[in-house]
Design a protein. Structure first.
Lengths: 308, 1168
């Protein structure tokens, strides 16, 4: 009897008559008809499971998109933006004239408000309406109306596509650097010196709503310098804080500066974002322009490198 | 003899007493209390009692009345007849006191300074059986005995203690108290006069105690139903008993309600009566569904009777108020919590099932009706009757009701095949329940953690109001009708007397037994109890429901509970064995109606009804499944797709079996039931469809495909933290057995089960990969039917083993069966192991605790919270913001259940998603200003189900798009205030209150702008609010529909949509001029200082929508209950044997649409 899957069901038993007294009664099972469509069903189930398994293996679920790389701090706001900013710190005060050029890459005029502040406790901020003509450029003086000294400016544009460049000019020449278009929690500056006859000033500007709590450290040929006074430095919202690095790092020929807004300060009610900029004066014969801010993980450097 | 004992007058009210009366008199004559006088009041007995009294107790006084006015009014006569008594001993004519009873009662009255003293009441025939040892009541006046029916007296209740009610029969009452109370209520002729008197005694500060040393035997002739109720008494109460005789149950119910109306003070009356009313409505509905018209009629007539005598009740309340010495708060301490009637019913259902609970009561009612007296078996008041006919009697008094003969198996099943003894089944289910309880022990006691959809409910009234009113707070407000789930949850909460935490747990954890029960019903037609048992246990042991618990997926649990019941319905529609539809028995048509059973042969109503049922059988099936589907859809809108998909899977199985006709019928049923569900939920459906293309979001919000469960995980239901072990493959392996072993109908159904499982597995897999676009049903929801099908296939394997392998030679088939058994056992291990910690991996801490501080911030003005994250991590209904990101809002902190089922479309709240999208794409750095018009003060980003606590809990992670956090960090007006594991909270510096006033003379900075242009409005720097001069006004709770408060002259800004439905009424009653703000919000010109009210006005749409909903639901329920009157009553009457055959009835009670034929043994087919 052929044993087919599914034929193991109970079969009717029949008793065959014995022909020989020596032989016991022989029991024979009646053939059991196969269950129709059993194999079709089994194969269908197995097929579906296997095929989907193969497809699942061959085409795995897409992985989560990676986190975007850190912005370099100076991307051009998209033309379709509803609002964008330009954040320019480190106006050089009296040592050199400062202008900010607004370049509009869109075809329509983009209007906005420039808010300029002097150093902390330097008076009320100055608000001025600005407009960048379509496919054009315009220059504004950020120091107008402010007392003498360092200044910082932030622009709030009712649109995108506008970049701002800060130009410093004086008897020794001129230089230009782009303003940042967004805040960051980390900044690094690769140059500076506090040797005799030179000074290094660090300007910290918080353009955002909450106050920023930052830590500042310096890398010098003698090693890492972490002045206690520069830990937990509070930058009030919308204010500019100017610090003389030479007060704590003296007679260092080369200084790299790192500014961070530690996460701990966030829990204390601070802000993760800060915008810092360094400028030094005098640096050689020419007025040293403000070098561009460089977040540490950037892959792109500002196009306007410091002049030497 | 001169004594110092206070004189006691025993007042015996007699009306046609039986032969026991002499024993009553003799017991009084034998009292050892010297100062006892006996006064017999003959309440118009047919034959005078004077001679009978004189023969036994010649010293007694007899006073005859020509009219029987009931016990209470007759006793009241003693106030005019007796002078100088210190105590009255109020006796029925069917009690027998122990010789020292009066002595002990008076002694205890003195010792305890009690106003009313009750003895221990025992059975007349068997004094070792307790009848009453004092009573208590619940808040609704339902009387509860302190002893079980016919509990054996071991002295366990022999302590003197305070009770709320001294049961009638023999009660010692201080005469001055009786006089102060004015005696019994003259309106109460029978049943409940003791409750009324005792409650009033409590109000006046009297103490009521039970003195168990004094023993009284009580025959309870009237309450026990042995003595018919004199209908003239009911007529005297003004009740028209021409159609239906007034029953004892009706009297009891009306007098309970009367006591509630009369004895509560105003505050508690307002608080309690709505609860009693809702309970009554629920009781009427359940009674109608069960065919217990007498109970439903009793409840309804009780309310009618009381409402009709409100004038009298008002006078009685006024009278009682003059004597009140105790407040309700103190009186409530003596009452029991909860609802005694509901608890008793719950116990009966738990012990005997729905049919069993009602069958016994119906039989009781039938017996009582035969004797012109019906009783309420739940209340415990007529305990004697409960003891005689109730379920407990079967165990407590087997001699009173002989055990029915052993039930034979259906003829087509070989006797003994697949049978499992009740003890084994009970043990198995108790074991399973124990495992579930162990696994759940950590969350049963406290509150459920707020994860996923497990959000707390507001109060029962708020939940119901939320359904009834036309405005809902999701997004920035919407007028889309609410999900009926709110009404259903509110009703459950009401039935549970407002315990909404318990309601949530019942609705969540109740899904587990309901689902297992459904699978048992699904497999039972195959004729093997063992198969049903194992299938049910396998369903309970699968990881799916516990993963749903761990992840907070209430919807998945609901489908887990409902899927087996849906499948049963669909299978019946195929009309194939063993789910063969059975037309009602023509012979039964004559007995289809209760009233058609009458001996006068007037069964025409029943016959007509039954004939109608035959003609409309299909329609009833459609309505029954439609109603079930409507309930499921209310909680899980995707249930509509699940039902249709299940039917399609059945049709798909026809590709193999080529039986299209059968399966297409199931498809038609599914489509029809979906249509019915749509009609039942019509207002809500219209609201969903108004969402346009976004309406598909009602089924679920797309989630990132990167986290989708793998095919293998789906096959073993390991879609969460539980069941990830390879052992979980066991269930799928075991389910293969019937496919290779079964024969006949079992093989055919095995294929169909696998078709269903595969279709739902595939659907879950495809949707998880995002292949269905916007249609994003939760895979856990889709796995519910797959799990039911797998469990049923496992059960089918058992049935196949029993039937198809009986005579097979030993070989691979037996081996396969052993392997399958082992696979099921192994497959259960992951679940068993997961039960050990006791929480099913539910976290201990949740994000609602992380943001609890937000509640205090509401003092500074109402605000909204914008929640961003994976839709599975959010605690409310959400909408898609693209890239797997979902968004939702709440008010003044974390959401509750009112935000759980939101509208299909976000309405103006879509602007919030647009703003977030602009921020992510770098097109704004002032997101806060764009969110400010909606009153968004905080933006919360969730990346996990709950906070991760090292060593304590590791909840499921739900990553958000990687660009979200940097984008939010870049915003100049957002400040990160909380940053923990899984949660980041940003404060919006540009926020201004949801309801804010800009005083006159101050500029409106940006209210004329659109939300988008507001982001670039140069009016204020990032650190200042968008409207710097706005001050919070009109305080009120979240999600309210009316706000009132003082306003100054100026402009009111209200971020409540739609603005056209919100009206501001100023102090003088004049409506303020309204205009638009930010394109969607409301702006009102306040012209005069003073109190003003901002109120939602829904117009006609709201009440119409509400009534359409209610009528649709009630119509569907009534349609099925009419059918039940016809079909199921007969079966209940015919006893347990028939009930077993009909056990395949769906829970909605649609019992006779289809019975089930057990599958004949395979060998029978071969022989044939």
């Amino acid at each position: 009897m052929t044993d087919t899957a599914g034929q193991g069901a109970p079969a009717a038993e029949t008793v065959a008559p014995t022909t020989s007294p020596r032989r016991a009664r022989r029991v024979r099972r009646a053939p059991v008809p196969p269950v129709p469509r059993r194999w079709q069903a089994v194969v269908s189930v197995v097929l579906v499971v296997v095929v989907v398994s193969l497809v699942s293996w061959a085409f795995p679920a897409p992985a989560a998109p990676p986190a975007p790389g850190s912005a370099d701090g100076v991307p051009v706001p998209p033309a379709g933006a509803y609002s964008s900013s330009a954040l320019c710190a480190a106006g050089t005060g009296n040592a050199a004239a400062t202008s900010i050029f607004l370049t509009n890459s869109t075809t329509r005029t983009v209007r906005g408000v420039m808010t300029s502040v002097g150093p902390a406790h330097g008076g009320a901020p100055v608000l001025r309406t600005v407009a960048g003509p379509g496919l054009g450029s315009t220059a504004v003086n950020p120091s107008s109306g402010l007392p003498q000294g360092s200044s910082a400016s932030s622009f709030a544009f009712a649109g995108g596509g506008v970049v701002a460049d800060q130009v410093v000019s004086g008897p020794g020449g001129w230089s230009t650097a782009p303003c940042a278009s967004q805040t960051s929690s980390q900044w690094a500056f690769a140059g500076g010196s506090t040797t005799a006859g030179r000074s290094l000033t660090l300007a910290l500007f918080d353009p955002a709503a909450p106050e920023a709590v930052v830590n500042v450290s310096f890398v010098t040929p003698g090693g890492l310098v972490t002045p206690q006074a520069y830990q937990g430095l509070v930058v009030p919202p919308g204010q500019l804080l100017v610090e003389n690095v030479g007060d704590f790092v003296q007679n260092a020929p080369d200084i790299a500066t790192e500014v961070t807004a530690p996460s701990s300060s966030r829990q204390a009610g601070g802000c993760p974002s800060a915008w810092a900029r360094r400028h030094c004066r005098p640096c050689g014969d020419l007025p040293r322009p403000p070098p561009g801010p460089v977040p540490p993980s950037t892959s792109t450097w500002p196009t306007s490198a410091p002049l030497r | 003899m001169e004594t110092l004992a206070p004189p006691v007058v025993a007042v015996v009210v007699a009306h046609d007493p039986g032969p026991w009366f002499e024993e009553t008199l003799a017991s009084l004559a034998s009292q050892d209390y010297a100062e006892l006088s006996v006064l017999v009041l003959d309440a118009a007995s047919g034959e005078g009692l004077t001679e009978r009294v004189a023969a036994v107790l010649p010293t007694a006084y007899v006073r005859r009345f020509e009219q029987n006015r009931g016990f209470g009014p007759t006793v009241n006569e003693v106030q005019a007849m007796v002078d100088g008594a210190d105590y009255f001993l109020l006796c029925h004519d069917d009690v027998a006191l122990s010789p020292d009873a009066v002595h002990l009662l008076v002694e205890e009255a003195f010792r305890s300074n009690a106003g009313i003293v009750s003895p221990k009441v025992v059975s007349w025939d068997d004094p070792e059986r307790l009848v009453h040892v004092g009573m208590t009541v619940d808040k609704g006046g339902s009387v509860v005995d302190r002893v079980q029916p016919y509990e054996i007296d071991h002295g366990q209740h022999d302590a003197v203690r305070d009770v709320f009610v001294a049961p009638g029969g023999s009660t010692l009452v201080r005469a001055d108290l009786f006089e102060e109370l004015g005696g019994f209520d003259p309106g109460i002729v029978a049943m409940g006069e003791d409750l009324d008197l005792c409650w009033r005694a409590q109000v006046v500060g009297a103490r009521i105690i039970v003195a168990p040393d004094a023993m009284v035997r009580h025959l309870e002739e009237l309450a026990g139903g042995s003595r018919p109720l004199d209908q003239s008494l009911a007529d005297a109460e003004g009740e028209d008993s021409s159609d239906h005789p007034v029953t004892l149950q009706e009297l009891q119910r009306r007098h309970e309600l009367l006591a509630v109306f009369k004895c509560y003070g105003p505050f508690h009356l307002v608080r309690v009566v709505p609860q009693v009313l809702v309970l009554a409505v629920g009781e009427v509905v359940v009674a109608e569904l069960a065919g217990n018209r007498a109970r439903a009629r009793a409840v309804l007539r009780a309310w009618r009777w009381n409402l009709g005598r409100m004038g009298v009740i008002r006078r009685q309340r006024k009278e009682l108020k003059t004597h009140r010495r105790l407040g309700d708060k103190e009186i409530r301490l003596l009452q029991i919590g909860g609802s005694a009637r509901l608890s008793a019913y719950g116990r009966r259902v738990f012990q005997h099932g729905f049919h069993g609970a009602h069958a016994d009561e119906l039989a009781a009612a039938d017996d009582a009706a035969r004797d012109d007296g019906e009783l309420d078996a739940d209340s415990g008041r007529p305990a004697g009757l409960v003891a005689r006919v109730g379920p407990a009697a079967a165990t407590l008094q087997p001699e009173l009701e002989p055990e029915p003969a052993p039930e034979p198996e259906p003829a087509s099943v070989e006797p003994g095949r697949g049978r499992v003894s009740g003890q084994v089944r009970l043990t198995a289910w108790l074991g399973a329940a124990l495992v579930v309880l162990i696994g759940t022990r950590g969350v049963l006691g406290g509150r459920l953690p707020v994860v996923g959809q497990f959000v707390p409910f507001p109060s029962w009234s708020s939940t119901l109001i939320q359904f009834a009113t036309g405005w809902h707070p999701s997004g920035v407000g919407t007028t889309a009708p609410a999900s009926p789930a709110l009404a259903l949850a509110g009703l459950v909460g009401t039935v549970l007397l407002g315990a909404m935490g318990l309601t949530q747990k019942v609705l969540v954890f109740g899904c587990l037994p309901i689902g297992a029960w459904g699978v048992v019903r699904l497999v039972r037609p195959f004729g093997s109890q063992r198969a049903s048992l194992i299938a049910g246990l396998a369903y309970l042991a699968m990881a799916l429901p516990y993963n749903a618990l761990a992840l907070g997926r209430w919807g998945a649990l609901a489908i887990y509970a409902g899927a087996p019941w849906v499948l049963v319905r669909l299978f019946r529609a195929t009309g194939t064995a063993p789910f063969r539809a059975v037309a009602p028995d023509p012979a039964g048509q004559a007995v289809g109606s209760r009233h058609g059973d009458g001996p006068d042969g007037s069964a025409s109503t029943g016959r007509r009804l039954s004939a109608w049922t035959v003609r409309h059988g299909t329609l009833r099936s459609v309505v029954a499944l439609g109603l079930l589907e409507a309930v499921l859809v209310s909680f899980v809108p995707a249930a509509a797709i699940v039902v249709v998909l299940a039917a399609l899977a059945l049709v798909l199985s026809s590709c193999v079996y080529w039986d299209w006709g059968d399966t297409v019928r199931a498809l038609w049923l599914a489509l029809g039931s979906t249509l019915v569900a749509a009609v039942v939920c019509l207002p809500w459906l219209i609201g969903v469809l108004s969402g346009g293309r976004g309406a598909v979001a009602v089924f679920g919000v797309p989630v990132p495909a990167s986290g989708a469960a793998s095919w293998g995980s789906l096959l073993r239901f390991a879609v969460g933290p539980i069941g990830v072990s390879p052992l979980a493959w066991g269930f799928a392996v075991a389910a293969l057995v019937p496919l290779v072993l079964a024969r006949g109908p079992r093989f055919r159904w095995a294929g169909r089960f696998w078709s269903i499982a595969l279709v739902f597995w595939f659907a879950a897999w495809a949707i998880g990969r995002g292949w269905t676009g916007g249609l994003a049903i939760d895979p856990l929801v889709l796995l519910g039917p797959a799990a039911a099908a797998v469990a049923a296939a496992i059960g089918l394997g058992v049935a196949a083993f029993e039937e198809d392998l009986r005579s097979a030679d030993f070989g691979w088939r037996q081996l396969a069966s052993v392997v399958a058994t082992g696979a099921v056992v192994l497959g259960s291990i992951p679940t068993l192991v997961s039960a050990v910690p006791g929480r099913w991996d539910l976290p201990i801490n949740d994000f609602s605790q992380s943001v609890r501080w937000m509640g205090a911030k509401a003092a500074g003005g109402a605000f909204r919270v914008l929640w961003l994250g994976d839709s599975r991590s959010l605690n409310q209904g959400s909408w898609s913001a693209g890239d797997g990101l979902a968004y939702a809002t709440s008010e003044d902190g974390s959401p509750d259940a009112r935000w759980l089922w939101n509208a299909a479309g976000p309405g103006p709240a879509a602007g919030l998603a647009t703003a977030v999208d602009l921020a992510r794409s770098g097109r704004t750095d002032r997101l806060g200003r764009m969110l400010a018009p909606a009153g968004v003060r905080y933006v919360v980003v969730l990346t996990a189900l709950a906070p991760e606590i090292y060593g304590e809990q590791s909840p499921q992670q739900y990553p958000v798009p990687a660009d979200l956090a940097p984008a939010l960090s870049r915003q100049l007006d957002l400040d990160s205030v909380v940053s923990g594991t899984g949660i980041t909270v940003y404060a919006n510096a540009a926020w201004f209150p949801e309801r804010a006033l800009v005083p006159a003379g101050k500029p409106l900075a940006a209210s004329d702008a659109t939300p988008r242009s507001a982001s670039a409005h140069p009016g204020s720097p990032p650190g200042l609010p968008l409207e710097p001069y706005a001050v919070p006004v009109l305080p009120g709770p979240a999600a309210a529909r009316s706000y009132r408060g003082p306003l100054r002259v100026g402009e009111l800004l209200a971020a409540l949509a739609p603005a056209g439905r919100w009206n501001l009424v100023e102090s003088g009653g004049t409506p303020a001029v309204r205009s638009s703000s930010f394109g969607w919000a409301g702006r009102y010109r306040v012209t005069a200082s003073g109190a003003a009210t901002l109120r939602f006005g829904g117009g006609l749409v709201t009440p119409v929508s509400f009534f359409v909903s209610v009528i649709a639901w009630l119509t569907a329920v009534a349609f099925l209950s009419v059918r039940r009157l016809d079909g199921s009553w007969r079966r209940v009457r015919t006893g347990r044997r028939r009930r077993r055959v009909d056990d395949d009835d769906a829970p909605d009670g649609d019992g006779s649409a289809a019975a089930s034929d057990p599958v004949p043994p395979a060998d029978a087919t071969v022989v044939a």
